[in-house]
Design a protein around this ligand. Structure first.
Ligand code: CA
Length: 663
């Protein structure tokens, strides 16, 4: 008898990796995709996984092709597999198997043992909410006992309009690992650091206190679900885009990953703390691929159902990670929708960022946003809508189909690369860094990639400006500063700061949803690292002492954010508003000038003029009308207060700088 278990390096899995003449994998997939199978085995109940009460726990697992399923329970998290106690599950409805364990099972360690495809597989419950360290066994928990004191507090106020958000993307470890973070050793790299809101270094705020000070509305965390690569007993840095258990918090960020409940409480405490600071919290959701397809729990229970295959029966890899989740299959779709709902309900999550959303199917994404809207209509959904993968073109939840996606925003690579150059070519420049030819790509982003007019060529077209996530830096690729260093010849430190401010002002003053990476505001560098997913903490961590030395740039970012929040003219919500109230004027080469009709969108400023001068030299710019103007943004300064007043119908604008005027 052969037992297959996740994490066992000696086992041979049930997926052949090379095509055979009569392909059993393709036969099995044809069965799964047949109308008969779908009608007979699509389960719609809301009780997959663990249903806990103090008197009994019921377990339900979807295993339509299994010939027998047992629950195996263990005395301890590390009890030998041979010591497991078997409880047979009964076949119930629609391919599901059910067993009830009597008594209070809070803390019980369990897995499923499934006879399927001629193998005996042992797998973690795919729906499981708690696990042992490193996630190879599930744990039944009484979730009500995991809530920290004060849990259930309402979220910080937010309209739910994506254009009202400013997202700050952050990795859990990066917040606190550096010596200058101000966090004590016990909090470094952990969820608990988020509950410490009073850190500083040399008299300047660091960590959560500094993020709050910046004025962003949402903190978006890189993966916090359980991922596979990092040994939770001995953590090292990893971004975490390698999902293992979708509904369990990652253990390496816990003070004690061997305590299955603690990480749940710690993550909830982190969320509660950010909410108390007025910050909303979004999570990175990676439903497009898993760490290891063969040993993924769902694959051991329903072999070959969870992933896409090519015509030869091989796993596809549009994700570049060795597998693509088949979101279009009904029970995969249900799993994903249920998982997202769980995070929104149990963890009070305020938003989701879908990794490689373009690989997923439109129907799944729309079911997700419909479900989230019922839970809380202010939850944000953004995603990477790159056009990739093997689904038919009209089913992909990507930029080209964004008009079929309800309440979803996509990262805008047109303005990103338009401003600073291609992320795939370090030396390439953009409009801000010396390539006037990229002007159109920047203008597309300025209007939020709406259908503005034939004068602007948009690579993808949004239904409303909030669908465009406008940014010039994220965790992927070089930081903005590293990109500037790699592409702008002889850039002095003062030039780098100026180009960071200039590039970001273009993105943040555009119509849409502004997004930044943590530390961008103090000129974060990863020493030119273009893919730091498993680089050291020394490369990745936020160097909070550099915040103090770059305080002028921090204040500039802070000013841009305050300006955006104070003026609805930067936050128009419809295509019609943008078309009617944002007008570009003729201006010299290397410049973009546009006027916002503030009065039309209830802005306190009747007219706002934005001037971006990408030339190294000062330029004389014609204003749309004469009169007295208040300057709110000028070279090196940004905010809501008047820097100075100017009169007339022309203005000299410094090189590589943005000016904002109001009247
Ligand atoms: Ca893990």
């Amino acid at each position: 008898e052969i037992w297959l278990r996740q994490g066992d390096p000696t086992i041979h899995y049930s997926i052949p990796t090379t095509p055979v003449a009569k392909n059993p994998v393709l036969d099995q997939i044809a069965l799964y995709d047949s109308p008969e199978f779908i009608s007979k085995f699509t389960y719609t109940g809301n009780d997959l996984g663990v249903t806990y009460t103090k008197k009994a726990t019921t377990l339900r697992v979807w295993a339509p092709t299994a010939t027998a399923v047992n629950v195996v329970t263990y005395k301890e998290s590390n009890s030998p597999y041979s010591s497991g106690k078997l409880t047979p599950m009964k076949y119930d409805v629609k391919g599901t198997w059910v067993a009830t364990l009597k008594g209070d099972q809070d803390g019980t360690v369990f897995n499923y043992r499934v006879q399927v495809n001629g193998f005996n597989n042992e797998a973690v419950d795919p729906y499981v909410r708690a696990t042992t360290v490193n996630g190879l066994r599930g744990v039944i928990v009484d979730l009500s006992s995991t809530n920290p004191k004060g849990w259930g507090m309402t979220k910080p106020r937010f309209s739910g309009k994506p254009t009202d958000a400013i997202i700050y993307e952050l990795h859990v470890r990066d917040l606190s690992m550096d010596a200058s973070s101000g966090y004590p050793a016990a909090q470094k790299g952990k969820y608990v650091a988020f509950t410490n809101t009073k850190t500083s270094h040399n008299g300047e705020k660091t960590g959560v206190a500094a993020i709050k000070d910046l004025g962003v509305t949402h903190v978006e965390l890189l993966p916090i679900f359980d991922f596979a690569t990092v040994d939770e007993n001995n953590p090292t840095f990893n971004w975490g885009y390698d999902p293992q258990n979708y509904n369990v918090p990652e253990g390496s960020y816990s003070a004690d990953p061997t305590n299955p409940k603690l990480r749940i409480t710690e993550l909830k405490s982190a969320i509660l703390s950010l909410h108390k600071q007025g910050l909303r919290i979004n999570m990175d959701a990676v439903y497009n691929h898993v760490s290891n397809a063969s040993s993924f729990s769902q694959n051991l229970i329903v072999p070959n159902y969870f992933f896409r295959r090519d015509d030869n029966g091989n796993l596809t890899s549009g994700s570049g990670c060795g597998n693509d989740v088949a979101s279009e299959r009904p029970m995969v779709r249900k799993f994903i929708v249920d998982s997202v709902k769980y995070w929104a309900n149990e963890y009070n999550m305020d938003g989701f960022r879908f990794d490689l959303m373009g690989l997923m199917d439109i129907k799944t994404i729309n079911e997700i946003t419909t479900a989230l809207n019922k839970i809380d209509p202010t939850i944000l959904v953004i995603g990477e809508g790159w056009n990739m993968g093997t689904l038919p073109a009209n089913q992909r939840a990507n930029q080209l189909n964004i008009q079929k996606l309800n309440r979803v925003s996509h990262f805008n690579d047109q303005i990103r690369d338009g401003v600073k150059g291609s992320v795939f070519d370090s030396a390439d420049t953009g409009f801000a860094t010396g390539k006037p030819g990229s002007r159109n790509d920047v203008m597309a982003g300025i209007v939020g990639n709406v259908d503005y007019s034939t004068s602007i060529s948009t690579k993808w077209v949004t239904s409303y400006p909030g669908q465009s996530v406008n940014y010039v830096e994220s965790h992927d690729n070089m930081t903005l500063v590293d990109k500037i260093k790699a592409s702008v010849k002889d850039a002095k430190p003062s030039d780098i700061a100026q180009l960071s401010q200039f590039s970001t002002s273009i993105a943040f003053l555009s119509q849409g949803l502004p997004f930044m990476q943590a530390g961008q505001e103090f000129l974060r560098s990863k020493n030119g690292d273009t893919n730091s997913y498993k680089s050291s903490d020394a490369i990745n961590s936020l160097k909070w002492d550099t915040r103090k030395s770059n305080m002028a740039t921090v204040n500039y970012y802070k000013g841009l954010i305050a300006l955006r929040k104070a003026h609805p003219a930067f936050r128009m919500t419809t295509t019609e508003q943008v078309k009617s109230n944002l007008k570009f004027s003729n201006s010299p080469d290397g410049t973009i000038v546009y006027t916002l009709n503030g009065a039309a969108v209830k802005d306190k400023a009747a007219t706002i003029v934005v001037i971006h001068n990408a030339n190294v030299a000062e330029q004389s710019i014609s204003l749309p009308k004469s009169g007295s103007w208040s300057v709110l943004v000028d070279n090196g300064k940004a905010g809501v207060s008047v820097i100075r007043k100017v009169t007339g119908d022309t203005l000299k604008v410094a090189g590589r700088a943005t000016v904002v005027l109001t009247q």
